[in-house]
Design a protein around this ligand. Structure first.
Ligand code: ZN
Length: 231
């Protein structure tokens, strides 16, 4: 199946982790949430790219956790079971917002809200039930078994990615983009820990332009003052 027509299938994947890219399916959320501050899920969010189940499938294909063939199967299944698909979308958004609260709390070096941790653990448990230990040519590994048509299969992988990130990564490298309204999160893997922007061409350049305009404004004010003093 070709890429689906959805802004979720066109977004930049800059988080460095599946779970961070998933949290970044909302644009412009800076200042919108803080640790422990829960919003009703249906009040979300102007820049939300996940407006329906098809968007969730489109994002999953775009991020490489669902094949084109699986995406076709999932969409077909969702048409036959729209209420179930909608329930999965709500679970996805609940998981995403819980992860955002936890990651944001991590950036701010405060404790994770327990209700959000519980949401993630519930999804993780569902994923664990699908895991089997298998033997491959390259040794033993965990594999998610079955569920090619399970509407929530992308949530298993996202929950696993979050668990792996939180339990094994250097969390001091988790950053929020410095863009004024952006709020996207990423893992800073730069050698000198200096990455500031989700993407230089977007937020980085915008910040440069803003700084330039501020400088021009303040120097023209200074010139006007000088000029009026001379008069
Ligand atoms: Zn940004």
């Amino acid at each position: 199946m070709k890429g689906l027509n959805s802004s979720a299938a066109e977004m930049k994947l800059i988080g460095g982790r599946l779970c961070l890219d998933f949290v970044n399916t909302v644009d412009g959320r800076k200042n919108d949430s803080s640790p422990g501050k829960s919003k009703p899920l249906n009040s979300l969010l102007l820049g939300d790219k996940l407006k329906n189940y098809s968007d969730l499938v489109a994002w999953s294909q775009h991020s490489g956790i669902v094949t084109a063939a699986d995406a076709g199967r999932l969409l077909k299944e969702s048409k036959q079971r729209p209420a179930a698909a909608n329930a999965v979308l709500h679970r996805a958004i609940a998981l995403r917002e819980a992860l955002h609260h936890i990651f944001k709390a991590t950036v701010m070096e405060s404790g994770p809200p327990s209700i959000d941790l519980e949401t993630v653990n519930v999804e993780l448990l569902k994923a664990r039930r699908k895991e089997r230990l298998i033997r491959t040519d390259n040794g033993w590994r965990w594999k998610l078994i079955g569920g090619e048509s399970a509407l929530d299969r992308m949530l298993w992988l996202i929950a696993q990615s979050a668990a792996e990130f939180l339990s094994t990564a250097d969390l001091s490298r988790l950053r929020e983009c410095g863009g004024e309204e952006c709020g996207w999160l990423f893992e800073d893997t730069s050698r000198n820990r200096s990455r500031q922007w989700c993407h230089m061409e977007d937020c980085g350049n915008l910040a440069k332009v803003r700084r330039f305009r501020t400088r021009v404004r303040s120097s023209s004010k200074t010139n006007t003052k000088r000029h009026s003093r001379r008069n």
